[in-house]
Design a protein around this ligand. Sequence first.
Ligand code: NCD
Length: 338
Amino acid sequence: MKFSGSHILSISQFDRNDIERVFEVADRMVPYAHRQRVTKVLDGAILGNMFFEPSTRTRVSFGCAFNLLGGEVRETTGFETSAIAKGESLYDTARVLSGYSDVIVMRHPVSGSVAEFAAASRVPVMNGGDGANEHPSQALLDLYTIRKELQHQGRSDLDGLRIAMIGDLKYGRTVHSLCKLLCLYKNVTVTLISPDELKMPEAIVEQLREAGHTVQESDVMEGSISKVDIAYSTRIQEERFASPAEADLYRGRYRLNQAIYTRYCEPNTVIMHPLPRDSRTEANELDNDLNDNPNLAIFRQADNGVLVRMALFALTLDVADQVDKAARDVNWYTERRF
Ligand code: NCD
């Protein structure tokens, strides 16, 4: 794909070469994200960061990624502080805000809304999550993490990957995008573990099968995570249910803790989660007793989000090859934290 000036709305836009390009640029962002070098390549550029649903990681890491490239961030959070609350259409909002920013990231509760917004925008728009539909930057950072974790184990290839996805596969947009992304690879075994009512949408399962992958579906976790490289847990997406009581029916159905991990998983199985993990006792999908497990990759995964989002900005705004030219060493005290 041609990155410069493009919207990033769906994983379906990418082919395998595009993914390699994103990952190669993300790798080059390490000195900046790790506070060894400072670049001003986006000095003067403005990101409109518009989040109409709760978000910590995605919002802050997109903002942080833009700042780390030297740009400024303007944030709009929640409908109540935006003119959408006065009845303004996505079309009008997009027309106006694209005059104020060089790139826009948007999260919105309605599937397809970010694409609708992008159609009226005069600058590139990135989908930070549109309802239960897609979350492309998350899938990219997830696959980037999978690749890095496997490399750490001495495996160089994503082909042949064995992955289990656990939890709310019906409403979880991260797993929707991740499945679409895995379709670009070969010979993947995907084990989908969810309650019957929260299964992965049939169209996505079909896409995986058409890509030649092995798909297994189950409603029990324990036996199904015994032969996987990656156990990817997800939160019950309570905000998509008709009532909290309905979400309560499924909360806490799949709880991974150290005892279960030790008993059922292979010693190298990497544990992932897009976060936030629901740590309330009635849910507790990933127990805190896993925090010292070296294969718990959830915080490395969140750190990788900055690298991948820096790469997306650098490519979309066509500065990927200028980043190092506008750089110098960091001159303040930095704790080694990565
Ligand atoms: C996810 C999301 O918003 O889809 N969070 C994130 O962006 N890292 C997952 C979730 O909220 O459960």
